[in-house]
Design a protein around this ligand. Structure first.
Ligand SMILES: Nc1ncnc2c1ncn2[C@@H]1O[C@H](COP(=O)(O)OP(=O)(O)OP(=O)(O)O)[C@@H](O)[C@H]1O
Ligand SMILES: O=P(O)(O)OC[C@H]1O[C@](O)(CO)[C@@H](O)[C@@H]1O
Ligand SMILES: [Mg+2]
Length: 358
């Protein structure tokens, strides 16, 4: 049996642990293991696959990033391509990918990635590639999976950062707006916001009203709290506004960012209070995984190999009610896991007085 492994989309803490578990579990079964570099990038080069052995994955469980490299601009069905006149377009190079897989006799691919990677996997499955998916993304937004690898570390980092920003906010009697990642779902903002006792948490699932935040600030001032901590997901938007973006390159998803500045300016204007913004950005994605992420990544990686062993292809290994399960990759195509507004976590936020902007 010959398997290949790749990592796609934004990196996340725990990717290396998943790669290690999948590699060791496959080697243990006497299989050959190959890595694909930079998403699907190396497929189109002279060395499409690199041979992986126990040495390749030695000591990487605790390492951030991915030893295979990743890409979030290299969807084989929409590959950026420069035309003769210098302008950019996209082209479908998936047939070349499928041909290379066949040439090298790869029996199955372990695709470690987010929703975008699983959408690509879904299409490759329809072209005859055997795939087992491993759910990765700090955004925690993969449908059908309670938790994705990388999320736990991201909320730990965000919580610690918000804790630290809170003491300076209080000392200076300021409004502090902390922008965290979360393109279409507010998991990081909600979990880290509640855990760090933020006063206002704004998520994409609840378009916010400035009146509601202003009222919260005024209520706090009246109670002698002369600072307010606002945590906002990059994908959140005002009730009468749009998601704030920074532009888009060909073949890449739109780059988000800038909502914190908008909110800070508007609230300073309304309240007369001084404000500052902090964008946590890629701090949330880098560095060593938490214990939970190491373990869940190892579990996902090994489970993916058990799937291949049973020829149970085209499944995504997921965690549901703390049990490892499998769901068809094609069944989650185009879907997303949003924060449920009647979940107990959202109710908890409301019960302890967190303003959710509505
Ligand atoms: N293996 C891959 N090679 C090249 N591009 C990829 C690969 N996997 C995903 N992409 C592209 O990267 C983008 C993000 O992928 P995905 O949703 O899987 O990642 P994510 O963890 O949610 O991170 P993010 O979306 O923020 O980069 C998508 O536009 C997708 O088409
Ligand atoms: O800056 P990059 O690496 O292109 O990706 C940023 C995106 O990746 C994520 O970190 C993970 O999906 C998003 O929250 C964010 O919008
Ligand atoms: Mg994604």
């Amino acid at each position: 049996m010959k398997i290949a492994i790749n990592t796609g989309g934004g990196d996340a803490p725990g990717l290396n642990a998943a790669i290690r578990a999948a590699t060791l579990a496959a080697l243990k079964r006497g299989w050959e293991v190959y890595g694909i570099k930079n998403g699907y990038g190396s497929i189109y080069t002279d060395e499409p696959f690199i041979k992986m052995d126990a040495e390749t994955v030695h000591g990487i469980t605790m390492q951030g990033g991915t030893i295979l490299g990743t890409a979030n601009r290299g969807n084989p069905f929409e590959m950026p391509h420069q035309k003769e006149d210098g302008t950019w377009t996209t082209k479908d190079v998936s047939d070349r990918l499928v041909k290379t897989f066949k040439e090298y006799d790869i029996d199955a691919l372990i695709a470690i990635g987010g929703d975008g990677s699983m959408n690509i996997a879904s299409k490759l499955i329809k072209k005859g590639i055997n795939i087992v998916g491993v759910p990765k993304t700090i955004d925690n937004d993969i449908y059908g999976c309670d938790v994705t690898l990388g999320f736990d570390t991201a909320i730990d980092i965000a919580t610690e950062a918000i804790d630290r920003i809170t003491t300076t906010a209080e000392s200076h009697h300021r409004l502090m707006v902390v922008e965290v990642m979360g393109r279409y779902a507010g998991w990081i903002a909600l979990y880290a916001g509640i855990a760090s006792s933020a006063d206002v948490v704004l998520i994409p699932e609840i378009p916010f009203s400035y009146d509601s935040i202003e009222e919260k600030i005024k209520e706090r001032e009246a109670n002698g709290r002369h600072y307010t901590m606002i945590v906002v997901a990059e994908g959140a938007k005002a009730q009468d506004g749009e998601v704030v973006t920074k532009g888009k390159s060909v073949g890449q998803q739109v780059q988000l960012g800038g909502i914190a500045d908008r909110i800070a300016d508007e609230l300073s204007e309304r309240t007369g209070k001084e404000s500052r913004t902090v964008v946590l950005g890629h701090l949330q994605r880098g560095g060593s995984p938490s214990t939970y992420d190491r373990l869940i990544s190892l579990r996902f990686g090994a489970a993916a190999i058990r799937c291949v062993q049973e020829h149970d292809y085209n499944k995504l290994v997921v965690l549901q009610d703390n049990q490892l399960k499998r769901v068809p990759i094609t069944s989650i195509e185009g879907k997303m896991k949003s924060v449920s507004l009647d979940s107990d976590t959202v109710q908890t936020a409301r019960d302890i007085g967190v303003c959710l902007g509505d």
